[in-house]
Design a binder for this molecule. Structure first.
Ligand SMILES: Cc1cc2nc3c(=O)[nH]c(=O)nc-3n(C[C@H](O)[C@H](O)[C@H](O)COP(=O)(O)OP(=O)(O)OC[C@H]3O[C@@H](n4cnc5c(N)ncnc54)[C@H](O)[C@@H]3O)c2cc1C
Length: 390
């Protein structure tokens, strides 16, 4: 038995029941179809919208419910059970893009975008990474320049890569350089929308795992946007991104942990029934010790992630603690799921087995949303160990 989680009250528990029903009835039966199509169909977004899952961070007057972050946590955890592709696609929209569109936008923009955001009629993505700028976002090369002939208009040029929901997003928050500043201060954020001239999408990238999610390249060739598409302040985009990364990293930690918990649960069932040498493989001392090791790692990780969720719901989570939760949970997730494959034997390497998909899905969590190395940089610098250049 694990320690009871103390984060959730009765309302949260009811919400979990409806999130679990959405996942079990609407997602799980269609996983194979989505793996083949390499995308989440539009109708699943509107079903999620009808269920009230997309607008949890959006004020009620725009169609959301504006509830505390524990609700985002629950939706994320239930999605992670079905696969990392679902948690990443839906939470990029509902958790990662939401604060940009609720906190940095004008009243006119809120009215224009948020009702469709909550209903799922408009799917969002965020484009920071470029072919030559991933960890080092200050090096991004996409530009947005004022058109001298139309002073309230900008022309965006450049490209993005690895963008989750990129192939089908209706609105992409694009980070572009608006001034030359080596410390990244000259970056601004723009909403680029489907149908804008000069905005095109490249091929859907073929990932090792998370086949249900689309991940795409985006191209901008003289995409003309007015000031109405600017999100936040001019030249403050880097600051805006840094402000919101803690929540994104906590979201990763939540899904990493839930995903690994689920893989472990199905493995535990498996080793209780699979027999070798006339006995369940779970009864070998090695399996018992390994299971004990994995359960302990999961429990300890869950306790820290839950503490971070509580801190974030109270507005006190630091970027450093979010970084700790993100890298540690990714590490634990990968150790646990690799061991789960081992405990399944050859079946663990077969695509019909859920644990094989879990293993393929998990590898990227040590890389995306800030790699483990970058997370350790953040934590190390906070310990007063900044690099000395001599
Ligand atoms: C499936 C998937 C989905 C993604 N979704 C999105 C998305 O929706 N939006 C988006 O903007 N991006 C997205 N990304 C991009 C992701 O955030 C980047 O891949 C990630 O930040 C790493 O950047 P990079 O790939 O350029 O690697 P690089 O920055 O080239 O890093 C290569 C290696 O060098 C290490 N390294 C780099 N700098 C340092 C340093 N200072 N010290 C020590 N080691 C260092 C890294 O840790 C890594 O191991 C996605 C990526 C993937 C794979």
């Amino acid at each position: 038995m694990s320690l009871p989680r103390t984060l959730f009250d009765d309302d949260h528990k009811l919400f979990r029941e409806s999130a679990a029903a959405f996942v079990d009835r609407k997602i799980v039966p269609r996983r194979e179809e989505m793996r083949e199509a390499r995308r989440i169909p539009k109708d699943l977004w509107t079903t999620a919208g009808e269920g009230g899952f997309l607008g949890v961070a959006v004020p009620e007057q725009y169609g959301g419910s504006d509830v505390d972050f524990r609700y985002n946590t629950i939706f994320n955890e239930e999605l992670s059970r079905a696969g990392m592709a679902f948690s990443s696609s839906f939470t990029i929209h509902a958790d990662v893009c939401a604060p940009y569109l609720t906190r940095l936008t004008t009243e006119e923009q809120k009215q224009r975008w948020l009702p469709r955001f909550c209903s799922g009629a408009m799917v969002t993505a965020i484009g920071m990474t470029e072919p030559e700028a991933g960890s080092d976002l200050q090096g991004l090369k996409t530009t947005a320049r004022r058109d001298p002939a139309h002073p309230d208009e900008w022309l965006i040029n450049g490209s993005k890569t690895f963008i989750t929901n990129g192939a089908h997003a209706d609105l992409v928050i694009v980070a572009a350089r608006t001034a030359t500043d080596p410390k990244g201060r000259g970056i601004s954020l723009f909403a680029v929308e489907e149908g804008m001239e000069g905005f095109s999408r490249g091929r859907k990238l073929h990932k090792v795992g998370q086949h249900e999610a689309d991940t795409a390249e985006l191209f901008f060739e003289n995409v003309r946007v007015t000031d109405d598409q600017l999100i936040g302040e001019v030249d403050r985009g880097f600051h805006h991104m840094m402000e919101h990364l803690a929540q994104e990293r906590l979201g990763s930690a939540i899904s990493n942990t839930a995903h690994a918990q689920h893989a472990f649960a199905i493995t535990l069932d498996y080793i209780k029934s699979r027999k070798a040498f006339g006995r369940p493989v779970g009864t070998f001392q090695n399996s018992r010790f390994l299971a004990a090791d994995l359960q302990t790692r999961l429990d300890v990780t869950q306790a820290f992630v839950d503490q971070c969720v509580a801190a974030h719901a109270d507005g006190t989570l630091s970027a450093v603690d979010a970084a700790k939760a993100k890298w540690w949970s990714a590490e634990v997730q990968n150790v646990v799921i690799d061991a789960c494959v081992q405990l399944h034997g050859g079946y663990g390497y077969m695509e019909e087995y859920e644990v094989a998909h879990a293993w393929m899905d998990a590898r990227v969590t040590k890389i995306w949303a800030g790699s483990n190395e970058i997370m350790k940089e953040i934590i190390g610098r906070d310990l007063g160990l900044a690099e000395v250049r001599g």
